[in-house]
Design a protein around this ligand. Structure first.
Ligand SMILES: [Mn+2]
Length: 322
């Protein structure tokens, strides 16, 4: 793709924002995601696609890992684990994404667990108030503080983004989050493990959700087009943010992730999805989250997972097969 293909980032400037955070869930290792993806040559590959890159590391991986242990058992709100740390960390990511967008840089954020999207999506909405959000995931991540069984906040970011917890029921450290995402501005793709309470929220609020059933029924291209039409009615045109949890991809292809669920997207469907979004020229932000090298059984698992994460980034940012 040449730079004229981009509606919002004609100068093709990019910030790679590293978000090595594992405190939104309980399995250490997911903080290694950014480091592993960069070691895999991601920055060089993106440069070759024409992007001028800058790496932003607002978090200290080691310090944060220590803090996550310290916060265990003392930092909680109702059933939710480590809300102060999640709030403080996602606010730092929020600032980094805001800084990138202020310089007209495309924000590519590498997680870390999915709680960091509280920061990324909020910042993108500040810059593009009419942005539509595509949440690519096996899970809906829309549990509220009331409904979460596990208490892991990586299962709750959408509820904060939408303001579903209400001001009086939001932990102090998360009160910075505007919570302004409207139900009509989000669409899910890839769902296959949705809690009963989440199903109710999705139904009651009329949120567009395309599960693996829809992918099987209509094919991935039609699903993407329906999702775009849902967030931008009347042609599907307008800014799009993509928050991509690699567990949307079938564990055959992405085994090293915290909450794998079988029956997911094939590797081609996963990449086609972002190739198709790149083709619209309307992408304004991308997260790639939940790559956890510690959960690999062998080196091939690590390589498959990390290379899939990197391929998603490249395809979203202009890599094509021909
Ligand atoms: Mn997720």
């Amino acid at each position: 793709m040449d730079s004229s293909s981009y509606t919002y980032f004609k100068e093709q400037k990019l910030s790679i924002i590293c978000a090595p955070f594992c405190g939104g869930q309980g399995k250490p290792g997911v903080e290694k995601g950014p480091r592993y993806m960069l070691k895999n040559g991601l920055e060089t590959d993106l440069k070759e696609l024409g992007w001028t890159t800058k790496i932003d590391e607002p978090l200290d991986e080691k310090e944060l890992l220590e803090k996550t242990k310290i916060h265990d058992g003392i930092d909680f709100y109702k059933n939710a684990k480590r809300p102060s740390l999640v709030g403080e960390t996602s606010q730092k990511i929020y600032q980094s994404v805001k800084d990138a967008l202020a310089e007209d840089r495309f924000p590519l954020t590498l997680g870390g667990d999915h709680s960091i999207a509280i920061g990324t999506v909020s910042a993108v909405i500040d810059k593009f108030p009419d942005v539509g959000l595509l949440w690519i995931d096996a899970h809906a991540d829309i549990n509220t503080l009331e409904s979460t069984d596990s208490g892991n906040l990586h299962g709750c970011p959408v509820s904060f983004l939408m303001g579903l917890n209400g001001p009086e029921n939001t932990p102090d450290a998360l009160k910075w989050c505007p919570g302004s995402l409207k139900p009509s501005k989000i669409a899910y793709i890839g769902l296959r493990d949705v809690d009963a309470a989440e199903k109710k929220i999705i139904k009651d609020m009329g949120i567009s959700a395309f599960s693996m059933y829809h992918v099987d029924k209509y094919g991935i291209n039609k699903v993407i087009e329906m999702a775009l039409e849902a967030i931008h009615p009347g042609g599907g045109n307008g800014p799009v943010m993509c928050s991509y949890d690699v567990d949307a991809v079938d564990p055959l292809f992405v085994p090293a992730t915290g909450t794998p669920v079988r029956g997911g997207l094939t590797l081609r469907e996963s990449l086609f999805l972002v190739e198709r979004l790149a083709e619209t020229g309307n992408l304004v932000g991308l997260d790639i989250v939940e790559c956890n090298p510690n959960l690999a059984v062998d080196d091939i698992h690590v390589a498959n997972t990390i290379s899939a994460g990197c391929a998603i980034a490249r395809c979203a940012l202009g890599e094509t097969l021909l």
